[in-house]
Design a protein around this ligand. Structure first.
Ligand code: HEM
Ligand code: HEM
Length: 218
């Protein structure tokens, strides 16, 4: 039975679908293209044409992602996952206590990391571009700033990937694969406060199909 049919049968029987579509194709395409451009920019010769092209492409991808954050699918939108400091602190407290709820979109702490990554890519790209302007050509502080930002970005990426692995283990859901195929396990009551999956064999119960939790693309 294919996933769509399985989901339909589950829904008709009053059960939640096994998985729901969370990341739309554009979010996934932008994510992996951005990762490829950034890694490419580190690998090619500093400042040469390929480096500049990859840097500008990265800026274009971030600009597209920002626009998509206002008009895209439900979980792509900033309003789905950008939260204030209070919500982030509350999430981190619950996460450390082991009582955090699994989210379909980015959790509040991940949201901060996503904004940090996007903003740092912009700063790296802009300081790279500044080096091509007459006004800043050969100016040492601009070169230094570009280097510091670029290596800080690499540190953030390391943290980002480590967090994706740790959170995948914690919630027993492969978040990296979800960024590839776009689907996540549907939210179930048995996810409980810890956000972990129910025991194998236990019937899934719909906890919440509303906008805040199981909202998914049609
Ligand atoms: C240059 C490297 C990277 C950058 C700049 C980057 C940036 C981002 C951004 C901005 C998002 C938010 C996605 C969105 O809402 O559009 C994201 C999500 C994500 N990224 Fe990356 N990423 C990078 C590399 C990677 C790598 C190498 C992996 C894994 C091997 C990875 C795994 C993920 C996962 C799993 C998510 C979703 C997290 C969640 O479920 O909340 N990323 N990344
Ligand atoms: C957004 C992605 C980018 C990344 C990840 C990146 C990364 C880097 C890194 C790691 C270096 C070497 C820094 C060091 O000396 O240790 C570098 C140098 C350089 N980058 Fe970028 N860069 C990006 C975008 C750009 C853009 C858009 C331009 C110009 C259009 C640019 C122009 C340069 C130049 C001219 C250098 C050599 C600076 C020097 O002489 O010290 N970069 N970049």
């Amino acid at each position: 039975m294919n996933a769509r049919l399985r989901a339909a049968v589950g829904t008709e029987a009053g059960r939640a679908p096994a998985s729901v579509k969370v990341w739309d194709p554009l979010v996934r395409l932008l994510h992996w293209s951005l990762a490829a451009c950034i890694f490419g920019a580190y690998l090619v010769e500093d400042g040469d044409t390929a480096h500049r092209v990859l840097g500008y492409l990265a800026l274009g991808l971030v600009a597209t992602r920002v626009a998509w954050g206002f008009v895209g699918s439900p979980h792509a939108r900033f309003r789905d996952w950008v939260r204030g400091p209070r919500a982030v602190r509350a999430y981190l407290r619950e996460r450390l206590a082991g009582t955090s709820r699994r989210r379909l979109g980015h959790n509040p702490a991940a949201g901060i990391m996503m904004l940090g990554l996007l903003a740092t890519v912009v700063l790296v790209g802009v300081t790279g571009w500044m080096q091509t302007l007459d006004a800043f050509w050969g100016v040492e502080w601009v070169e230094d700033l570009h280097a510091v930002l670029a290596w800080s970005l690499l540190g953030l990426i390391g943290l980002h990937v480590a967090a994706a692995v740790v959170e995948s283990l914690h919630y027993r859901e492969n978040l990296i694969a979800a960024m590839v195929h776009g689907r996540k396990r549907a939210v179930e009551a048995a996810d409980g406060a810890s956000g972990r999956p129910p025991h194998v064999g236990r019937a899934p119960v719909v906890a919440d199909q509303d906008a805040a939790t199981n909202r998914h693309e049609p």
